[in-house]
Design a binder for this molecule. Sequence first.
Ligand SMILES: [Zn+2]
Length: 94
Amino acid sequence: MQTMTRKEAARLGLKKYNTTKPCIRGHHSARYVNTGACSSCIAVYSREYRERLGHDSTHVKIWLRSKKDEKKVLKFVDALNFDRELKEISEGIM
Ligand SMILES: [Zn+2]
């Protein structure tokens, strides 16, 4: 498969592309255009996830809950920052 940059792949409307650079784990696999994620890493990640689910579903449920909470926390922080910016802007005007 021909190697290209993510931008080129996106322009061509591809879902995956090959790059000359290995991923952080050293895979020379195709990358997803939308996320830039390595397809081998995704495969490893989903296998680990399935194994965890098979062995200890409670653990996965807790893990998923914490991931969800992480998003909530990030949204909350975003809202806080937005409020602060808004306050700074309004204080700047007055
Ligand atoms: Zn990888």
